[in-house]
Design a binder for this molecule. Structure first.
Ligand SMILES: Cc1cc2nc3c(=O)[nH]c(=O)nc-3n(C[C@H](O)[C@H](O)[C@H](O)COP(=O)(O)OP(=O)(O)OC[C@H]3O[C@@H](n4cnc5c(N)ncnc54)[C@H](O)[C@@H]3O)c2cc1C
Length: 486
């Protein structure tokens, strides 16, 4: 008999978000994390609007927001701003919150939903057949093997799971030296998201809120050997790019990183799947990595849960790769363009690019392109069916029907069927035949389709504007998405 247990490798933001999704859908789930200590080093700071919408649909957005600062506009280049305040979202800003803060909220959620998190447990081997996957684990008490129905590798850029299944990780390494330091500034800049660029590189300074700032320097060329960075080096580089070191007096942590642009050719290998940095890595320009990882997790969670419970149609799990691989590919492409533009070596070309961007970004349709990309709200999936509704595959508008907000109805982790017809026959059918899988909302709203079926991750599965035939068509859509199609 196939086990009903899922193992998630890695307790970064992707692994925690995925485990919480699985547990919400009542799947038994263990996270194996090789680090015995807490917390993960903070890398990500920017949480975008789509991630906040997804967190809202699980009741977690408020808690993450309370740990950060809202930034209504971010600097794309010197004097060039992306204005998030015009976003068509409940969250028209970029939230600046240390990655440890977001992970803290996700970990609390996992614990509340009884996810087992085993620290000091490293995945070192993977074997699978048609019925299960055997995971070899190196822990404090030696090696052991655990059997699961599925294994998801959320084990970061140097993923062991990816290597064990023989996935090709295709791309390149940037010729850039990334210098990270947590420094005390006696005279910090006033901007919450401070950024400067010149021919030497890019300098960012982001406050932790405890007197320390994260200094991130992107410098041309390879790192100077394996030498650890020094405070003097961080100070010198900051002055070189930003013109001042802002009274840098002390560093509590320093490290060097390399930046890569790579994507796994596939995200699914039988009973083993990849998500987050294990599936795609790219330059930190644009603050997309963690956001994309959480997007992978919310896309995969409900599909994998339905597959484990045996209620998923046979095609459903493969839509994870079909939907998320193109999203990762686009993130790699756009962040690569952004990174190459700000890292241009020629001072003249840099100045020209800045002037061109300043002029272009004043034009609203041009502004909309980076705003939509950076906020993640442009993410949609190929629509299902032959003659799909215009909303199919897009993120559902956060409407209120019959006094209940859609994001709140989604907190059950189930599909939501919105029925605006006067007869409510589609809602009656869903309530009678799919009560444990679908939440129904009824009411009148002229701006909405007659009936709309929203997936547990908030994207529209199916919709119709035909009030007369809505009930029959909804019955077919429910059967298709909930695995009861003949
Ligand atoms: C300087 C910098 C700034 C960034 N800023 C942003 C930003 O503003 N916004 C944004 O969205 N992204 C940002 N990113 C990217 C973001 O940090 C990553 O995309 C994100 O951490 C990926 O999450 P993850 O859970 O997929 O992987 P990770 O965070 O790498 O977590 C993987 C986990 O798996 C564990 N692990 C590894 N191997 C094993 C194993 N064999 N067995 C068990 N456990 C294992 C690791 O210990 C780790 O805890 C930034 C990155 C950098 C470097």
């Amino acid at each position: 008999m196939t086990p009903d247990h899922v193992i998630v490798a890695g307790a970064g933001p992707t692994g925690l978000a995925l485990a919480a999704e699985l547990a919400l859908a009542r799947v038994r789930c263990t996270i194996l994390e090789k680090r015995a200590d807490l917390p993960n080093i903070t890398r990500a700071f920017g949480v975008n609007a789509r991630t906040l919408e997804l967190l809202d649909s699980r009741g977690l957005a408020g808690e993450v927001i309370s740990r950060g600062n809202k930034v209504p506009r971010a600097q794309a280049n010197v004097g060039v701003y992306v204005d998030f305040s015009k976003l068509a979202s409940r969250y028209p800003f970029m939230l600046i919150v240390p990655q440890s803060g977001t992970e803290g909220v996700l970990e609390e959620r996992c614990r509340a939903l009884d996810v087992t998190i085993e620290r000091g447990a490293e995945v070192v081997g993977v074997r699978q057949d048609d019925d299960w996957v055997d995971v070899e684990i190196e822990g404090p008490d030696g090696r052991r093997v655990e059997r699961a129905a599925y294994l998801v590798g959320c084990d970061g850029a140097h993923s062991t799971v990816r290597e064990q299944v023989g996935a090709r990780f295709v791309g390149e390494r940037y010729d850039v030296n990334l210098l990270l330091a947590d420094v005390r500034l006696s005279d910090p800049p006033s901007e919450v998201l401070f950024g400067r660029a010149n021919a030497a590189g890019i300098q960012l300074l982001i406050p932790f809120g405890d007197g320390f700032h994260r200094s991130i320097s992107f410098l041309h060329g390879a790192a100077p050997g394996d030498q650890p960075p020094t405070l003097d080096e961080v100070r010198r580089v900051t002055r070189q790019i930003a013109g001042s070191d802002y009274g840098m007096t002390e560093a509590r942590w320093m490290s060097r990183f390399h930046s890569e642009r790579k994507q796994a050719e596939h995200y699914r290998f039988g009973r083993v799947l990849l998500a987050g940095d294990a599936a795609h890595v790219h330059s930190p320009a644009g603050a997309q990595g963690m956001n994309t990882g959480i997007g992978d997790a919310t896309n995969l969670g409900w599909k994998l849960a339905a597959t484990v419970h045996g209620t998923a149609p046979a095609w459903l799990l493969d839509t994870y790769e079909a939907e998320r691989h193109p999203v990762g590919e686009r993130v790699l492409k756009v962040t690569d363009r952004m990174f190459r533009m700000v890292m241009m070596r020629s001072g003249l070309l840099q100045r020209l690019a800045r002037v061109a961007m300043r002029l272009a970004f004043r034009i609203e349709p041009v502004q909309r392109v980076p705003r939509t990309f950076l906020s993640g709200i442009g993410t949609s999936y190929p629509p299902d069916g032959d003659r799909p509704h215009r909303l199919a595959g897009t993120y559902a508008p956060d409407v209120t029907l019959g006094g209940i907000r859609l994001a709140e109805a989604l907190r059950t982790g189930r599909f939501v069927l919105l029925d605006t017809t006067s007869a409510h026959a589609a809602a009656d059918l869903a309530g009678k035949e799919y009560a444990d899988q679908v939440v129904t909302l009824t009411g009148s709203d002229g701006g909405l389709p007659a009936v709309m079926l929203v997936r547990p991750d908030g994207y529209v599965a199916w919709a119709t504007d035909d009030h007369g035939g809505a009930a029959v068509a909804a019955g077919q859509a429910l059967a298709r998405w909930l695995g009861r199609e003949a």
